[in-house]
Ligand binder design. Structure first.
Ligand code: GAP
Length: 476
């Protein structure tokens, strides 16, 4: 297995329609990305698998889809207006701006950067001789707090509208709806609410493809519990285990490329008593993939109770005299970041055992070893030739599989069969079905009537089977 470089992956993504640079015909808009036909299928599969795992399969979870725009008071209550800021440093020589902690992290590692106070950033950059990535000078201004929320205006008269924010996390939409959900769905503690949706952060230094962008999608869970009935430590460990198994077993990310990292005390968010991230071994080093569990205590519900004046307490159904503000455990996943990790993890360039291509170069194939459930295309139907009656039979099989499997099935009739296999390998299609003249009963040497050849992406082995058995064999 080769580990993909970021350039290799970015190039494949563009070439094959996974991810394109945003607004490309206008020269782009820095760090925006658009998912193409295969990318949207891949990301949708990941979101659907997440929803199935954490909502549908469980009786203690329900879903929500809250608005992106919220009353600005919600962001005062959550602490984002006051605290959601990164340390911004100006290079006095070239006037470029950077995230000071990230420059330190690149040189000294995540642990060193995570515990820095604002006033320590510039002295540390200077002491460690960390120069400006743009001009190479060592001339930093003291770090300033830079709030990451995007501000906009609601209202039809320019300048007279109310200032509102694009949400920087989906979590707050869940907290403000806690009472609605608890009452209408009759959930008893402990229970969780899940939500998938866009979030926006005016990141100082976005980059590394879709790893850090200003617009991204989150998949978040707020799991409410009574700390007297269920101590937080047990819930914390369970969510760590469930997150790990989702990443490795459901999505198929290799365990050796993942690790847990506990947040240092000084690094914890303003609301958290304990947080463990899962990190992925990205081409540039270990980086945060998702938060497996963050113990937010009763911070959020208490804040919303104070700021809104609404009672956020939960009445114990077995003892109506007991009212509590539930505590919260939060696993938080970035859908784009996980999609990126899944693609990097699946990427491989394999030698084809010394075979040579037409120009005499050793033949290799690029193959995306996606788990079958995650793969954007599950099957490709490949008629051996463009002859009309063979294409017609192939289309019949295509329609049958789409109907019976409710899956994405590709249809490719152009180029040699070898080239078509390579194309499907490159987009990670687990199985290719070749329809030939044996299938039509016209050439017994190719196979029996009403049989086809199924080729496996990973082993490249081929089996001949009856059309009537295909759907069951190909079901994932
Ligand atoms: N509600 C908690 C919260 O938002 P976070 O660690 O700031 O926590 C959770 O974000 C996840 O969202 C991250 O682990 C990452 O996967 C994703 N994420 C955060 N900022 C991102 C960005 N700028 N671009 C892409 N994904 C991002």
């Amino acid at each position: 297995m080769t580990n993909a470089s970021l350039d290799q992956l970015v190039s494949l993504c563009k070439r094959r329609g996974f991810v394109y640079p945003g607004s490309e015909i206008y020269g782009g808009l820095a760090n925006t990305w658009d998912y193409g036909p295969l990318g949207v299928e891949l990301k949708n599969n990941i979101k659907q698998l997440w929803w199935k795992e954490f909502v549908r399969k469980r009786t203690d979870m329900v879903g929500l889809d809250a608005a992106i725009l919220m009353n600005p008071k919600a962001w005062e209550a959550s602490g984002h207006v006051g605290n959601f800021a990164d340390p911004l440093v100006d290079c006095k020589a070239c006037k470029q701006r950077f995230r000071g902690d990230k420059l330190i992290e690149e040189k000294l590692g995540v642990e060193a950067a995570a515990i820095l106070k604002l006033e320590q950033v510039e002295p540390m950059l200077t002491a460690e001789k960390i120069t400006c990535p743009n001009c190479g000078k060592l001339d930093w201004a003291p770090a300033k707090k830079f709030n990451l929320m995007f501000k906009t205006q609601q209202g039809v008269i320019e300048g007279e509208g109310t200032d509102i924010y694009l949400r920087p996390e989906t979590a707050q939409g869940i907290f403000v709806n806690f009472k609605n959900v608890a009452m209408t769905s009759r959930m008893r503690l402990p229970f969780g609410v899940a939500q998938i949706g866009k979030a926006f952060r005016n990141e100082i230094t976005p980059g590394n493809f879709t790893f850090r962008t200003r617009e991204f999608e989150q998949m978040e869970i707020e799991y409410f519990f009574d700390p007297e009935a269920t101590p937080w430590e047990g819930i914390f460990e369970t969510w760590k285990k469930d997150t790990w198994s989702f990443l490795t077993e459901t999505l198929g990310i290799k365990a050796e490329n993942l690790r847990f990292r506990d947040h240092e005390k000084d690094e914890l968010s303003h609301y958290s008593k304990g947080t463990t991230d899962v990190e992925y071994k990205f081409p540039w080093g270990w980086g945060e993939l998702c938060a497996a569990a963050a113990y937010r205590t009763d911070f959020d519900l208490t804040q919303h109770q104070t700021f809104s004046g609404e009672d956020m307490q939960y009445s114990d159904p077995d003892d109506q005299t007991r009212k509590i503000i539930p505590h919260v455990m939060e696993p938080s996943f970035g859908a784009d970041r996980i999609t990126l990790a899944v693609m990097l993890d699946a990427y491989d360039e394999e030698s084809l055992g010394g075979a040579r291509d037409d120009s005499g170069k050793e033949d290799t194939r690029t193959v995306m070893h996606f788990a079958a459930k995650v793969a954007p295309m599950k099957i490709a139907i490949l008629p051996l030739s463009k002859k009309e009656h063979l294409v017609a039979k192939s289309k019949e099989i295509h329609a049958m599989l789409v109907e019976q499997l409710d899956a994405n099935v590709d249809f490719d009739v152009t180029g040699s069969i070898g080239k078509r296999y390579r194309r499907q390998d490159e987009i990670g299609t687990p199985k290719c079905v070749t329809v030939d003249f044996g299938t039509l009963g016209e050439d017994p040497a190719q196979g029996e009537t009403d049989t086809v050849t199924v080729r496996d992406r990973d082993t490249q082995q081929q089996v001949r089977m009856k059309i009537s058995e295909l759907a069951e064999y190909l079901r994932v």
